[in-house]
Ligand binder design. Structure first.
Ligand SMILES: C[S@@+](CC[C@H](N)C(=O)[O-])C[C@H]1O[C@@H](n2cnc3c(N)ncnc32)[C@H](O)[C@@H]1O
Length: 259
């Protein structure tokens, strides 16, 4: 899918499913957002939540000078309904913030899907103050146990999907390397396997909706939800490996060859 096509897909997707990532993570054994927020507690200066969606990190950083930015009006409306803010509607590739004005950027589950990635990373670099922190949470494709792998095979087979065709696959397990190339110094790179409770038809339907599959037709989606509803059961767990990468702005900008 080309970039304009992806942008149309993601706009329509979030218009139809505002808050979907937060809802999916509510099925997790512990909060991935709390894990992401840990290195941002006590940071001096503004924390800019990039592609904040329904702004679930807001409540994890109650004392921060926090601002959420997202392109989707529906996501921002969902955040506002929950009393989270301040919020600004803007693209991650053109941030409404002055150069070197931001203490930290929080990027929850967005770097694999925001486009164009080189511009987005350039904007993060521009708005961070020297020594500023980027904390990113992304899905990981490693870390599954054999039964976890079987679980995902079951889910993807129901959806008739081989993979998630996201525009920035390098921003998943390859994120530390992508950040180094873009001029960041990677401080930590950790993986943690969360588990989602798929214990009801509702949880199964939420999972089917949450996977960002542009080729999923309404008919296939309905069939997948019926199939996954039969699989869902009390005690059913689906592993969800996530990667938390914490980086800081290197003193020197990257050379032209690195970009
Ligand atoms: C997977 S959701 C994550 C939302 C939230 N950070 C969370 O973890 O719950 C991705 C978010 O990226 C936003 N988004 C996608 N492309 C964007 C862009 N180019 N600029 C700003 N936001 C974008 C979507 O509207 C959506 O809210």
């Amino acid at each position: 899918m080309d970039e304009p096509g992806w942008r149309r897909f993601i706009a329509a997707y979030h218009q139809a499913h505002p808050g979907i990532t937060e809802q999916l993570f509510a099925l997790a054994d512990t909060s991935p957002y709390a894990w992401l927020a840990e290195p941002l507690r006590g940071i001096e200066g503004t924390v800019l939540d990039l592609a904040c969606g329904s702004a679930p990190t807001r409540q994890e950083l109650p004392d921060a000078d926090w601002v959420g930015i997202d392109l989707s009006a529906a996501e921002l409306a969902q955040a506002a309904r929950r009393g989270r803010g301040p919020l600004i509607r803007a693209g991650a590739d053109a941030l409404p913030a002055a150069a070197a004005s931001t203490g930290a950027v929080c990027a929850a589950m967005c770097l694999p899907v925001v486009t164009p990635l080189p511009q987005v990373l350039g904007e993060i670099r521009r708005v961070l103050r020297p020594g500023g922190t980027l904390a990113a949470l992304v899905p990981s494709q490693s870390g599954l146990s054999p039964s976890g792998m079987l679980g995902w095979l079951r889910v993807m087979a129901a959806l008739r999907a081989l993979r998630q065709p996201w525009p920035n696959p390098q921003a998943r397990d390859g994120l530390p390397a992508a950040l180094r190339t873009a001029g960041f110094r990677v401080r930590t790179d950790e993986r943690r396997v969360f588990t989602l409770a798929i214990d009801s038809a509702d949880a199964a339907a939420l999972l089917a909706n949450a996977l960002y599959l542009p080729d999923l037709t309404p008919k296939r989606s309905q069939a997948a939800k019926r199939s996954l509803a039969r699989w869902a059961a009390p005690g059913r767990r689906l592993e969800l490996p996530l990667r938390r990468v914490v980086a800081e702005l290197a003193a020197e900008p990257p050379s032209q060859e690195q970009l």
